[in-house]
Design a protein around this ligand. Structure first.
Ligand SMILES: [Fe+2]
Length: 204
């Protein structure tokens, strides 16, 4: 769901500047999953403050401030537990890329800390928490790159945050078109199921 709010660019500029600086994307966004049509590179679990990003002067302070602003935009507590699978991530998507429709697990089955992995029958089953992501495109592609939530493409502006109940419904993104890559920040949290029900986002 869209927020209808545009985050002032002064808050995202330090992150954008870092991503556009020299070859930072090629050097530090180490995950390159095979997706349809075009390239994508991501760096996951930034909330764990990795050493190499510290050394590379990644603007952690601005990044965390942005996460707080996004949670406040949706009137949610800023101390929601962080998703342990991918946590907070940044990503770059190039011409031709689209994200296939998928759900993200509601439990930690794949995160970097194996001791935190949860043994369940169905990683998409909803018990006490729902994997929820707070996303913002700090640079939009010339065309496309819009979120598709539950079958519906949602047009979002640059710096307009949206929320996806990633463990509840299928989601993806429309094809990126043009030479300008789409740059996104995505903050993953576990939303307590009771809170989702209270807000009218989920019913049993
Ligand atoms: Fe997802």
């Amino acid at each position: 769901m869209k927020s209808g709010v545009i985050i002032d660019k002064k808050y995202t500029k330090p992150i954008l500047d870092w991503m556009l600086h020299e070859d930072n994307i090629e050097k530090y966004l180490d995950l390159e999953p095979p997706h349809q049509g075009g390239r994508v590179k991501a760096r996951t679990n930034i909330d764990l403050i990795p050493e190499d990003l510290l050394d590379a002067n990644f603007p952690f302070g601005d990044f965390i401030t942005l996460k707080i602003m996004l949670l406040e935009t949706f009137d949610l507590p800023i101390n929601l537990p962080i998703d342990d699978n991918y946590g907070y991530l940044i990503a770059s998507y190039w011409d031709g890329h689209s994200t296939h429709m998928h759900k993200d697990p509601n439990v930690n089955d794949n995160g970097p800390d194996e001791s935190k992995h949860e043994e369940v029958d169905d990683i998409y089953q909803i018990k006490d928490k729902i994997h929820c992501r707070f996303n913002i495109q700090i640079q939009k592609a010339e065309e496309g790159g819009n979120p598709i939530n539950n079958g519906e493409e949602i047009y979002v502006e640059e710096n307009e945050p949206w929320m996806v109940l990633a463990g509840l419904y299928e989601h993806g993104s429309s094809r990126v078109v043009g030479d300008k890559n789409r740059l996104m920040c995505s903050f993953g949290h576990y939303l307590p199921t009771e809170l989702a029900i209270k807000r009218g986002w989920y019913s049993r």
